[in-house]
Design a protein around this ligand. Structure first.
Ligand SMILES: [Zn+2]
Length: 325
């Protein structure tokens, strides 16, 4: 009586989900039976084997069954969740602990996912800065080319004035005027020569700038590959986290029906306000949630399993390590 084998053998009828829920309930409930009548009537109930006499379980069932209406289904179809309220508190705490383990995983994954957009932003900005450097080099080249054109114009003007002065040379009357003009032409030619040197310098600068741009473009292509690969890794991890969360949430969904909705609401409330940690154990008179002292009277209350006991400091649900699980 009460062995798992016996329990399993009575888990007949009902949907696979109902049977799974039955096996999940654990030894605290010695016996769970589900059965279905047609496709509408699925009743779920739970009772202890010690109260069960061979042959009279059906009449026992009649008295203890809870039928709850399920939205959208036939009036007689129940949800088995309601009957779970019949689970003793110790068992429900054990289920809460299993739930917390899953929620801790989900919390960690969500935290990790939350910082991913910032990681992508940093990568984007780094790559943008590299592109910006290339843009600066290109602007610099344009500046050099513009300066060269200006110098070329300046040189043309100088050459024009030399020609003009040379044309005037033969109209001069005196040797003194002639010598002065020659001096002027000489100065203009010297100026032109300085401009020519500058133009050559700018040609060289443009060549160097073009080479630098070419090298930078090549480098940027490589950088882009690295950037896209890094970004891909982050994006893939986000997808992976999402699917891991979905998986854990499915496991979570199997435990949920095994906890009283009121307890569940309290748990969820603490979970939301206490960094994803709602139920913690007490060790050496300390709450493992906040490390504060837990008085012996409180520990006694926990061991009574009559009410949910919470930490007076951090408000988390408390359990004793070896007692509930
Ligand atoms: Zn605490």
């Amino acid at each position: 009586m009460g062995s798992d084998e016996q329990r399993e053998s009575r888990l007949v009828g009902g949907s696979p989900a109902c049977r799974q829920a039955g096996t999940l309930l654990g030894p605290a409930m010695s016996f769970i039976d589900f059965w279905a009548e047609g496709s509408f009537l699925k009743r779920v109930t739970a009772f202890t084997v010690k109260e069960l006499q061979p042959g009279d379980w059906l009449s026992w069932l009649e008295r203890h069954i809870h039928i709850v209406k399920v939205r959208g289904s036939n009036p007689l179809s129940p949800i088995y969740m309601k009957s779970m309220a019949g689970l003793d508190l110790k068992t429900q705490l054990g289920n809460l602990i299993r739930l917390q383990a899953l929620d801790t995983e989900i919390y960690g994954l969500r935290q990790e996912k939350e910082i991913k957009p910032a990681e992508i932003k940093v990568l984007d900005e780094e790559f943008e800065a590299k592109k910006q450097h290339l843009a600066e080099l290109e602007k610099n080249l344009l500046d050099v080319q513009k300066q060269r054109k200006e110098k070329e114009l300046e040189l043309a003007t100088k050459e024009e004035s030399v020609k003009k002065l040379q044309g005037q040379l033969y109209q001069l009357k005196t040797n003194k005027e002639y010598q002065a003009m020659l001096q002027q032409i000489g100065d203009a030619k010297a100026d032109g020569s300085v401009i020519e040197d500058k133009i050559l310098e700018l040609f060289n600068a443009a060549d160097a700038a073009k080479a630098e741009i070419e090298a930078e473009k090549q480098k940027l292509q490589e950088e882009e590959k690295v950037f896209k690969a890094k970004k891909g890794v982050v994006e893939a991890r986000i997808k992976e986290i999402e699917s891991q969360i979905t998986e854990i949430e499915a496991k979570r969904g199997q435990i949920l029906p095994l906890i009283d909705p009121k307890i569940m609401a309290q748990y969820e409330r603490i979970l939301g306000s206490r960094d994803g940690l709602a139920i913690v154990s007490v060790k050496s008179n300390s709450c493992l949630g906040c490390n504060m002292f837990v008085p012996a009277q409180v520990i006694n209350l926990i061991k009574m399993y009559e009410n949910i006991i919470t930490c007076e400091v951090c408000n988390r649900i408390l359990y004793i390590e070896d007692e509930a699980a």
